[in-house]
Ligand binder design. Structure first.
Ligand code: GTP
Ligand code: MG
Length: 446
């Protein structure tokens, strides 16, 4: 038996070993990344969560981004007023018999885009104000709710004077309130290392309470007590700025992780025409972050007036829950726009749109629970269907591996207000603490 090998064979073996090593390295690298896929109907708040992640990781936006958002604010003022005026006829209202208002409306519709560095044009401020204060518009806001008027209209219109200041630059709150529908797929990678959250928190005392409740009084907790998180550092003394919208001081927070992790967030467009692109992102998903607009229970879709936003979200969710792709994928459910939901639920009875709702009229908590239960029930049905498929034959996952019954997927529901940075931070801590810990533990990252 000879152990001799030709030089060629030795070379080939060495090359194979190198290739194997590279593949192993690439796989390890891939496993170090958690891919979070954001899904949900249009306008549910997916991109807003991406913006919050930017704030929670980087703490700010670049000069160029601030300029783009500034221009978007001006555009949002126009599209918001247009959406409102377009709906007036549906509720038997019109501004057509008021020539001053009509002229103002036509002028703002024809306004040229704001260019780089150019302040909002002076002559337009009184026109926007005139329209916003017009009795027909005010009445329209209340009556047109079901037509999905952009949620940021009351916010931006109540800050007109501030927006027209020559040195105006959008605050973080302005940025998360801006609206531009997503077209295509946008991937953003967030490095979560020493400081996950290093951001201005509007209400430091509220944060401190929440963190204390959650993790106890000690400032620095070891990785063994909160796996993956080495410390939470409150810097309440580090008061940084006053937000122009809030008189409360802001404090900085840092959440420290014991290891560096990469979170790849994939944001997609949620409007109907965008959904056929989603399938391109279904591979290797660590967790789905599914957003639902809670306040959409009495509203139609922007792109399809005959469809209720909440019903559309339920149908989408059902489709996702039944997909074999996501058989073992954690599902994070954000029942979002809780702030708007609370504000409207007393005036707009849930039962009018969901007749099986039998909670008390105007009770936000009962309403939240009702919708959460419906989404959880839909997920259970989806899981059941997948299990039946599994039993009925040797179904394979899309990656062609047999299912492992050892790991059943989990659903993590949260009520969220995506425009509120500190509330989003809380939820993100939860996600890091539970979902990602479970998933990343499997990949030896934590
Ligand atoms: N008040 C309030 N507004 C919110 C909340 N979440 C999102 N918004 C606003 O809702 C609008 C739509 O949010 P986006 O994040 O652009 O929605 P999207 O899901 O990315 O929409 P598509 O890109 O069309 O799929 C923006 O103006 C946000 O500021 C919330 O919790 N409360
Ligand atoms: Mg979007």
């Amino acid at each position: 038996m000879g152990l001799c090998m030709s030089a060629e064979n030795v070379d080939a073996l060495r090359r194979n070993a190198e290739v194997d090593s590279q593949i192993r390295k690439a796989k390890r690298q891939q496993r170090k990344e958690a891919k979070i896929l954001l899904l949900g109907s249009g306008d549910s708040g997916k991109t807003t969560i991406m913006k919050q992640m930017r704030l929670l990781t980087d703490g700010s936006f670049s000069k160029g981004e601030l300029e783009s958002y500034r221009q978007l604010v001006f555009a949002n003022l126009i599209t918001g007023m247009k959406a409102l005026v377009d709906c007036l006829a549906e509720v038997d209202l019109t501004i057509e018999d008021d020539t001053t208002a009509l002229d103002a409306y036509r002028t703002i519709l024809a306004a040229p885009d704001v260019r780089d560095g150019q302040a909002f044009p002076d002559g337009y401020l009184p026109l926007f104000k005139l329209l916003w204060e017009h009795p027909v518009i005010r009445e329209g806001i209340n009556h047109c709710r079901r037509f999905a008027i952009p949620d940021n209209v009351p916010y931006f219109y109540s800050h007109l004077d501030r927006l027209w200041a020559p040195e105006y630059s959008p605050t973080n709150l302005d940025i998360v309130q801006t609206r531009a529908r997503t077209a295509g797929i946008v991937e953003t990678t967030f490095q979560i290392s020493d400081s996950f959250a290093h951001t201005a928190i509007p209400d430091p005392s509220a944060r401190a309470v929440t963190l204390t409740e959650k993790y106890g009084r000690r400032k620095n907790k070891g990785a063994e007590t909160i796996p993956g998180i080495s410390s939470i550092v409150s810097e309440d003394s580090n008061i940084t700025e006053l937000d122009s919208d809030e008189e409360k001081p802001r404090a900085k927070f840092q959440l420290k992780f014991s290891t560096t992790k990469t979170l790849r967030f994939v944001d997609v467009g949620g409007q109907k025409s965008e959904r056929r692109k989603w399938i391109h992102c279904f591979e290797d998903v660590t967790a789905i972050l599914f957003l639902v607009s809670l306040s959409g229970y009495d509203q139609c879709l922007v792109e399809e007036r005959s469809t209720n936003q909440m019903s559309d979200a339920m149908t989408l969710w059902e489709g996702i829950c039944k997909m074999e792709w996501f058989r073992e994928t954690s599902l994070i459910l954000f029942l979002n726009k809780e702030d708007l939901f609370r504000a409207k639920v007393a005036e707009s009875p849930i039962r009018r749109f969901f007749p099986d709702y039998n909670g008390p009229l105007g009770d936000a908590e009962a309403g939240k629970e009702y919708f959460q239960k419906r989404f959880i029930r839909i997920e259970h049905k989806g899981t059941l269907q997948l299990q039946q498929l599994e039993k009925s034959g040797d179904r394979k996952t899309p990656s062609n591996k047999p299912y492992t019954s050892a790991r059943r997927r989990q659903v993590y529901p949260h009520f969220t207000t995506a425009v509120n940075t500190s509330l989003v931070l809380n939820v993100m801590i939860d996600i890091a603490d539970t979902v990602l810990r479970d998933q990343l533990k499997d990949a030896d990252i934590l």
